[in-house]
Ligand binder design. Structure first.
Ligand code: GDP
Ligand code: MG
Length: 191
């Protein structure tokens, strides 16, 4: 990536002439970041995924006739790890909480704050998508949908509730929606 005069970053061109975008998933341990990523990439739900694994995946997409290389970082936050690795790397964020975990919802707020702080200091336009996962566990719900919506409005995020265990179409929409926001920002950057 290279810096433009405005201080914003222009997005990399990939080898095939399309654009490369980076999306990082953030959220508390166990909310389903890996499950959502793997579901999007493979359409499969993997029940047990190494909770301490951080990995980056690549997927090719076409949007509005443009070839896009999407790199997705499924993060795992260790206490000593430096958030710069994803803050500086990502063009967009998907912040995940579990609707069955109040603490994970509070955790999402902390991640949103750190992204907004970074956004202000870098001048970068960074789309954020807030996701309430595990809606298949409705009977254990601790966070209402309207609380999720309110938080998303407060931070100007896209908002979805979903289940990595069940709903491939909706999981796909989350990534597509985030990608669409990225394409919109890129269009605005072209003079
Ligand atoms: P991560 O730490 O955020 O990456 O969370 P994981 O993707 O490893 O998921 C943690 C646990 O929650 C695993 O046992 C998953 O099988 C489970 N899980 C993830 N998403 C869902 C979901 O949508 N519904 C249900 N019922 N379980 C889920
Ligand atoms: Mg994980």
């Amino acid at each position: 990536m290279k810096e433009t005069m405005s201080g914003r970053k222009t997005l990399q061109r990939n080898g095939s002439g399309g654009t490369e975008y980076h999306i990082a998933l953030l959220g508390a341990l166990g909310v389903g970041k890996s499950a959502l990523t793997v579901k999007y990439i493979t359409k499969r739900f993997i029940m047990e995924y190494d909770p301490f694994l951080e990995d980056t995946y690549t997927k090719h997409e076409t949007m509005e006739k443009e070839d896009i290389t999407l790199k997705i970082m499924d993060t795992f936050e260790k206490e000593e790890s430096n958030p710069d690795r994803y803050l500086k790397w990502a063009d967009a964020f998907i912040v995940v909480y579990s609707i069955t975990g109040r603490q994970s919802f509070e955790g999402a707020r902390v991640y949103l704050d750190s992204i907004v702080k970074f956004q202000k200091s870098s001048g970068k336009d960074i789309p954020i998508t807030l996701v309430g996962n595990k809606v298949d566990l409705e009977r254990y719900r601790q966070v209402s949908k309207s609380e999720g919506k309110t938080l998303a409005t407060q931070y100007e995020c896209l908002f979805y509730e979903t289940s990595a265990a069940e709903d491939y179409e909706l999981v796909n929409k989350i990534f597509e929606g985030t990608l669409r926001e990225l394409c919109r920002i890129k269009e605005r950057q072209i003079p």
